[in-house]
Structures are given as C-alpha cells and as structure tokens.
Design a protein around this ligand. Structure first.
Ligand SMILES: Cc1cc2nc3c(=O)[nH]c(=O)nc-3n(C[C@H](O)[C@H](O)[C@H](O)COP(=O)(O)O)c2cc1C
Length: 261
C-alpha cells in the first residue's frame, strides 16, 4: 500500500520529462481511478482531452504562453468543465437544461478541479511528474478550436504528465496556522505568521531568480530588497498585466454559452 501522506507531501511540479512514453494501460488506470472523484449530484460535469500528438502539443505549448514543458511532456491533458453533455442528456429525456446560473458554472469548475487533483495524485503515486497549466486559459478561443470543444465546454486547466527528468525542490507551504482556523476565522497572528513564512521561503532561494518586476507609482523600478513570498505574491496580486489577469475570461465564458447569472 503506497503511503498516501508521503505522496501528497512530496508533491512538486515537474517541468522536465524523460523522452519516454507513458504506457496506455497506466494512463488508463490513472484516469479511470481519478474519475472516481466526488462529483456534485453525480453530474460528472467535466471532460478530459488526452493529447499525445507532437504537433498538437507544440501548438498548445505556444497557446499556453510558450511553455516548453507542454510540448516535451509525453501526455498533455486538457481538463474541461462540461455542461454540453448534460444539456444533451436533458434533450435526450425531453427536458431543457436550466444551466444558466453561476452556481452551475461553479459546480462544473469544482468537479473539474477535483478530478484534476485526483489525476495528479494517481500520476505521482505511479512515479510520474505533473505540472498543471493555467496558461491554457491564455488563448482559450484557439484552444477550443484546436480541441474541437463544443459550446459549454472550456479548458479550465491543462496538465503535463511524464517521467521526471529533474528533481525540483518541494516548496514549503504557508505556516499551518495561517491557513487552518479552529471553530472561527482568526487572523490575529497574521503578520507574525507571514514573516515566519517569508523567512522560510527566503532560505530556500526560491525567488532568487524569477523576481517580478513592477514599476512604483512614480515609474521607478521597486528594488528587490526584502523579496520573499509576501513581496512576490503582492506583486502578482497587484499586477495590471492583462495576460496575467486574463481579462478576456468573462467575455470568453459568456460567448461559450455559460450563463453566469
Ligand atoms: C491551476 C494551476 C495552474 C497552474 N498553471 C501553471 C502554468 O501555466 N505553468 C506552470 O509552469 N505551472 C503552473 N502551475 C504550477 C504552480 O506554479 C505550482 O503548483 C506552484 O508554484 C506551487 O509549486 P509546486 O507545485 O512545485 O509545489 C499551476 C498550478 C495550478 C494549481
């Protein structure tokens, strides 16, 4: 019996893969077991597109914001909330799917996220490395066209799967008490906990390289003194960059037939 606690706490995203295929029966086992994820009202409001074709992966790597690991992984998954299949089921039974509310969108997104994480855990338990790809929402119209997604289906997250050819650091997560609250929400130690975490992250050297550059209000670059998780994260959250913000998403979803009412 694999040690699930060890598997979960050893997760790190892998972005370099061996040039070695994933056997079909292993992939099938991962996807079949992952689909046993809990799902709201057993609706199973998602679809998964398995992509192995080199050209398709190359195009996707570009559409995902030029992420080379999307091309080099042996298997790339596009994991998609799907209200189209449910609409067709209703039609089959002579009903009209009342799926125009934001709540149904949330249901489909949660189902999709749960199955995605199950796939990641099953893959990692099998010795594979994974990297989830939110970049699949950078150019969602083109991705939908490439993957021939019908209306009411959209790529929420991609996932690279492959045999690891690197051993990246396990990134420490926030201090437990910054996230877990007993009985009620309590952030009285917030500053202390964030400072502690900043210190831990600083010592890993995680953000020594990829520091986000942001101009200060008067146009100067903000110096990198005291750069750690809170600075990195604040710069991410304060970003005005339309690619980072994916400002196209609301219009894209409405155009794809999601009601969001
Ligand atoms: C929904 C989601 C989208 C992500 N998108 C990308 C992505 O487009 N490219 C990438 O390289 N990593 C992506 N990641 C990986 C995160 O950067 C990574 O999980 C995070 O930095 C924590 O690092 P770790 O997974 O190594 O612990 C994504 C992760 C999630 C959960």
């Amino acid at each position: 019996m694999p040690d699930i606690f060890k598997i979960l706490s050893s997760h790190r995203s892998v972005r370099k893969y061996k040039d070695k295929p994933i056997p079909d029966d292993l992939l099938d086992k991962i996807l079949t077991s992952a689909r046993q994820a809990p799902t709201s009202s057993n609706l199973q409001a998602y679809s998964i597109i398995v992509i192995k074709d080199k050209e398709n992966k190359k195009t996707l790597a570009h559409l995902c914001g030029d992420q080379p690991w999307v091309e080099s992984c042996p298997v790339f998954l596009a994991i998609c909330p799907d209200l189209y299949r449910l609409q067709k089921v209703c039609e089959l039974r002579n009903y009209k799917s009342n799926d125009k509310y934001m709540e149904m969108f949330i249901v489909a997104v949660v189902d999709t996220a749960l199955v995605a994480q199950n796939i990641a855990v099953a893959a990692e338990a099998s010795g594979l490395g994974v990297c989830m790809i939110g970049g699949i929402r950078n150019n969602p119209d083109q991705v939908c066209e490439l993957l021939r997604l019908p209306q009411k289906v959209f790529p929420l997250v991609g996932m690279c799967l492959g045999w690891p050819d690197q051993d990246p650091m396990i990134k420490p997560r926030l201090i437990k008490n910054a996230i877990i609250h007993n009985e009620y929400y309590d952030d009285k130690n917030f500053e202390k906990l964030i400072a502690e975490y900043d210190e831990i992250i600083k010592n890993t050297g995680l953000y020594d390289g990829p520091r986000r550059k942001v101009p200060s209000p008067d146009g100067r670059e903000i110096p990198d003194d005291d750069y750690s998780w809170s600075e990195h994260t604040s710069r991410r959250m304060a970003s005005q960059d339309p690619t980072t913000l994916r400002t196209h998403m609301k219009k894209f979803l409405l155009d794809r037939g999601f009601g969001l009412e």
